[in-house]
Design a protein around this ligand. Structure first.
Ligand SMILES: [Fe+2]
Ligand SMILES: [Fe+2]
Length: 218
């Protein structure tokens, strides 16, 4: 099978991923990858499906030190057996630096530049009283950038390195990712409708949407 359709990729994701926050993370990365593909005149389906599936096996195989099955090795095995495009496999390999496979394409670099930053921006949205990404600005993301206790599992230094690798100025990249996420805020549960919910303080997440409890300042 070549690249799966969006429907096929989504049902695969629903089989493998039960966590709502991980599904949202993958939807977020998909949306930004699609936006970057459009900006660069690249293959939007390829970029979008790659974003949607990049963490497919993370819930089942989160142990990155497991050299056989650990994320993203199980996913890669499935993608390879399914005959997915080499470019998709390479980008998924490239987002896991511990596999030692260098990123070579623009899509490889875009995936890592988007992965953690989308998590950070969503975290900024979650801690806003409005729970609305529409209220988040580049400035408010930058403020949380400096707050090392906020979403502490997300490495700002890595995002900066990956953004440079993609060739985008940091503020423009933040603005671009933010706009792409705002466009699907409803799918991410960040369109303000959760504003009345009693959110637990300290509900921090890493870029995979996993709860870390790492002292997010509310
Ligand atoms: Fe991952
Ligand atoms: Fe991810």
């Amino acid at each position: 099978m070549p690249l799966p359709t969006r429907d096929q990729a989504w049902s695969l994701l629903c089989q493998w991923v039960q966590s709502d926050s991980l599904r949202k993370h993958m939807l977020a990365v998909e949306a930004v990858m699609r936006a970057y593909a459009r900006k660069y005149g690249e293959d939007e389906e390829l970029w979008g499906i790659t974003g949607l599936l990049h963490d497919l096996d993370f819930e089942r195989y989160p142990d990155m030190n497991d050299p056989i099955d650990g994320h993203p090795r199980s996913g890669l095995r499935l993608f390879r057996e399914s005959g997915y495009p080499e470019a998709l496999l390479h980008a998924v390999e490239g987002h896991a630096p511990y596999l030692g496979i260098p990123r070579t394409s623009r899509m490889d670099s875009a995936l890592v530049a988007v992965d953690e930053l989308s998590g950070l921006i969503m975290a900024v949205g979650y801690v806003r009283p409005s729970k609305d990404l529409g209220d988040v600005t580049v400035k408010s993301v930058r403020k949380k950038w400096k707050d090392r206790a906020f979403a502490a599992a997300i490495s700002r230094a890595e995002i900066e390195e990956f953004t440079a690798e993609l060739g985008e100025p940091l503020d423009e990249h933040i603005g671009f990712v933010l706009a792409a996420l705002q466009a699907i805020a409803g799918d991410l549960g960040l369109d303000g409708r959760l504003a009345s919910d009693q959110f637990r303080s300290g509900a921090a997440s890493d870029e995979h949407g996993q709860k870390t409890g790492s002292g997010m300042s509310l």
